[in-house]
Ligand binder design. Structure first.
Ligand code: SF4
Length: 385
């Protein structure tokens, strides 16, 4: 296989990895939001062989490997294609990403709609890179807070609903096929009405076409998947949104896994367990665990740019700070581009402490070791942060 030149961008894939401080970031999109057990084991092997050994779960329910070198990338691509984790056609990554309700069942409206839409991808207009579609047609939508430009969901009256992002109301559809047809037309309307300049549906201010009136609200939102036992298996949480491949492999083995479904909430649904709830060291099983919301980059030794370990300090800070927390191995701030209440940034083997800003913000204290950080927070009453 001859790999295309790498392109930097905001929406990395496997064919278009993103250069980050710790090497290339390679993102893999699961078909229908699900990996087979063999694919998941292959991804674990790929993370260890070609990357840093860590696997991350993104806010759009993709899995990504970090720390891939330029030299290792072509071999990784071959490996991923072999296990059907990546389409051999590089153009496939340019198509909009589909994000599914994680606990769809074979033949239900989410599954049927997704299959129909996959068959119509070539009929859709060519959309800007970051655009995506949420297919959320269970009894109650659960993906309302997840980034998507068009949604096929359940309406308040129980029909399917096609809703453009930024609109409170959508257009009802009387079947999955009708919803998909409407969506395909909307993608062409988006492009024809100048949407490419906006980049995303939410920013596109053109009025919706008359044939897609926004007339009906979606049904009330449902809960996200709870950690623990599930009718299809068990839901595990990933601390800071990532886990070592070895930890994930242990979950696959212990839970007698047949497949894994990804979610946008730092949770994986491991399907197939017919035993009681199990605990896997390194994975979370309590919905209140603050590590589900904290931000931390891989840090040392996973990233060459880092002069400090991040994950240990993030663990120690877990539960000590009320507000948002970001622990970054350096000022690049790969894990979080937004300001957080507390940000700790590594520099020359020590930490700089930043309040209410990003990793490249101005620190209020510098050159701290871990004990200094904890002492600072104790003195400042970290519960107020
Ligand atoms: S922020 Fe973290 S992952 Fe990014 S370059 Fe710095 S140390 Fe590496």
């Amino acid at each position: 296989m001859v790999a295309e030149p790498r392109i930097k961008g905001w929406c990395p894939g496997a064919w278009r990895p993103m250069a980050t401080g710790d090497g290339l970031l390679v993102r893999v999109r699961p078909r229908l939001g699900q990996f087979t057990r063999d694919q998941m084991l292959a991804l674990c092997e790929a993370a260890e062989t070609f990357g840093s050994g860590l696997i991350e779960l993104t806010s759009r329910a993709n899995l990504q490997l970090r720390g891939v070198t330029e030299a290792a990338w072509p071999g990784l691509l071959d490996f991923l294609v072999e296990y059907e984790l990546v389409d051999p056609d590089p153009h496939s990554e340019r198509r909009p990403q589909l994000l599914l309700t994680p606990d769809w069942r074979a033949g239900d409206a989410t599954h049927e709609t997704a299959c129909l839409l996959l068959a119509r991808l070539a009929d859709m207009a060519e959309l800007p890179d970051k655009m995506g579609v949420a297919i959320d047609a269970g009894e109650a939508p659960v993906l309302g807070e997840v980034s998507a430009d068009f949604r096929i969901e359940r309406s308040a009256s129980g029909t399917l609903l096609v809703r453009a992002d930024g609109q409170e109301l959508g257009t009802p559809a009387n079947s999955s096929a009708a919803a998909v047809e409407l969506l395909v037309r909307l993608t062409h309307w988006f492009v024809a009405s100048g949407g490419r300049q906006s980049g995303r549906m939410r920013r596109h201010k053109a009025p919706l076409p008359g044939w897609a009136p926004a007339s009906m609200p979606p049904a009330g939102a449902g809960p996200r998947l709870a950690l623990g036992k599930h009718a299809r298996g068990q839901v595990f949480g990933l601390p800071f949104g990532r886990a070592p491949a070895s930890v994930l492999r242990a979950a696959l083995d212990s839970a007698a896994c047949t497949a894994v479904r990804v979610t946008p909430w730092r949770r994986l649904l491991v399907e197939g367990s017919d035993q009681g709830e199990i605990s896997i060291p390194g994975l979370l099983d309590d919905d209140r665990d603050p590590r589900l919301a904290m931000q931390a980059c891989p840090g040392a030794p996973h990233c060459e740019q880092a002069s400090v370990e991040t994950l240990g300090l993030a663990e120690r800070l877990s539960g000590r700070v009320e507000g948002s927390v970001h622990v970054s191995g350096c000022a690049k701030g790969c894990a979080c581009r937004q300001p957080t209440d507390l940000c700790l940034t590594g520099r020359d083997g020590r930490f700089d402490l930043i309040l209410s800003d990003r990793a490249d913000g101005t620190p209020v204290a510098t050159g701290l070791n871990e004990s200094d950080v904890l002492a600072y927070l104790e003195n400042e009453d970290a519960s107020r942060l």
